[in-house]
Write a protein that binds this ligand. Sequence first.
Ligand code: GAL
Length: 411
Amino acid sequence: MKKVLVILVVLLLSYAAFASNQLEIFSWWTGGGEEEGLLALYDVFHKYYPDVEIINATVAGGAGTNAKAVLKTRMLGGNPPDSFQVHGGMELIDTYVVTGMMEPITGLLEQWGIKDKFPADILRICSYNGEIYSIPVNVHRGNVVFYNKAILEEVGIKELPTTWPEFIEALKKIKAAGYVPLALGDKNKWTATHLFEDILLSTLGAYNYNGLWNGRTSFDHQGVKEALEIFKELMNYINENHASLTWQDATLLVFEGKAAFNVMGDWAEGYLKTLGWTPGKEFGWMTVPGTKGSFMVVTDTFGLPKNAPHRENAIKWLKIISSVEGQDTFNPIKGSIPARIDADKSLYDDYLTWSMNDFATNALCPSIIHGSAAPEGFATALNDTINMYITTKDVKKALREITYAAEDYLE
Ligand code: GAL
């Protein structure tokens, strides 16, 4: 009897030791090009910390459609993961930092000697009151159009359209040839808002777009109305089943040779690569018409929640994701560029090299729908407005709702 008890106690103790050596990472990267990068990052982690068991806590749904709500419930309920995916900017600061739920990590970056190894603009949106609260693992670009090269060739589009009238001309040609001109998958609303914010960037220009977030530009600006009108026009060229498709499904239409263009962040590039395509060979890319010289910034970051159950392991995680090795493993797969300025550029494909060069020279503009520019309340209201607008096509009503949302949520 005594012997059995001893064995039980030993078993329990070893289980406790094992369980305490865990690391729970929360994200919405569940597949379709997103999971591959994350798993590769886990492999780097395990190379250095083989004894730590990673709990891959994911909630599916592009752009955090479902994950963000689950995360918030957990954080508010005092049940944080050890670290979680969060966009730099308002999504991090307004939702989790101002509310006192995160630990500052400036000291860690100093200790590791890498505080100056990130672009100042990116670190700034991960900071509050002089302290850094999260580490950017990447920079995605939001204002990109991906296209099926064979379709454009067949239809005879030799010059890539750079303005909206040119783009619409191209869409007409493609429609006449029997293809879906512009793939959209707004089963999860954000993809339509993603398209809208890119158009807004084109009609306002970077200076005025950035001015929306500090009060310099008013939402009465003619460019907001113009963006709604262009958006409405584009809706004549999308696939009929758009409301039942995810972003991956829409990208897949391009891959399958059914659709010509897809306006999407460059996680679509990661996805197309995991499907077997090579950038520049089967697919091409260009900036969203009218946005050349501007870079819509989407950055995924990870921080340290207060009371992280496995704090030491969370710090190890942050060390790996902030390392050149971690970033250079993750980003070429994910379709994003490294946040580290000293990354090995030779590891990145033609598309990512293009993106890296633009990031270094363009005007940087924070994305609304990917959490950087505005508080969550505004992004949600805009999302609802744009999705209603697809049906109502009522410019005045949409404009009024956007203005109200700005009054309610922006200072
Ligand atoms: C963005 C995120 C990207 C990608 C995309 C689609 O918000 O920053 O990493 O996951 O959503 O899910």
